[in-house]
Design a protein around this ligand. Structure first.
Ligand code: FES
Length: 156
């Protein structure tokens, strides 16, 4: 049995009831569903399509168009390492390489235990602190690979 088959869809039913008959409410429904499940599992999208009488293909179109929506499960923590110009010249690539090697995942992926999703972004607007990353909602600057690995180790 896949993990998706264990999803409790009751909270989703409540959302669908709230927006019943509102065809234009696809985005708020997707946002609320993602808030509950952390991403948009196929099972959830199928139920939304049926409940809102919207073609599943359209829901996928919306979910893939907006970067705020995720179709795969995310980690409990999300790390965004900047590799924009200022961060790159100050060693961001080495941090990314070290993370990829030690965690065994590529940028954009999630560790198998769902502890951490690692993403690469291009300028966080804090170039003076380069190289910078945002770990969950906290910006961390002047990073070196060792400091980044210590931060990751201390995440629960
Ligand atoms: S290039 Fe990294 S914060 Fe601007």
């Amino acid at each position: 049995m896949t993990q998706e088959e264990n999803l409790d869809l009751q909270p989703l039913e409540d959302i669908l009831a709230e927006y019943r008959g509102q065809k234009g409410a696809v985005i708020p429904v997707l946002q609320k569903a993602q808030k509950i499940y952390g991403y948009l599992p196929a099972q959830v999208l199928r139920r939304i399509a049926k409940g809102m009488r919207v073609p599943l293909s359209r829901l996928y179109g919306v979910a893939t168009f907006y970067s705020q929506f995720y179709l795969t499960r995310r980690g409990r923590h999300v790390l965004r390492q900047c590799d924009g110009t200022a961060c790159h010249v100050r060693g961001a690539a080495k941090i990314i390489e070290r993370m990829e090697n030690e965690l065994g995942i590529k940028a954009g992926e999630t560790t198998p235990d769902y502890k951490l999703t690692c993403e690469v972004v291009y300028c966080l607007g804090s170039c003076g602190l380069a190289p910078v990353a945002v770990v969950d909602d906290t910006a961390v600057g002047k990073l070196v690979p060792e400091k980044m690995m210590a931060i990751i180790r201390n995440l629960n």
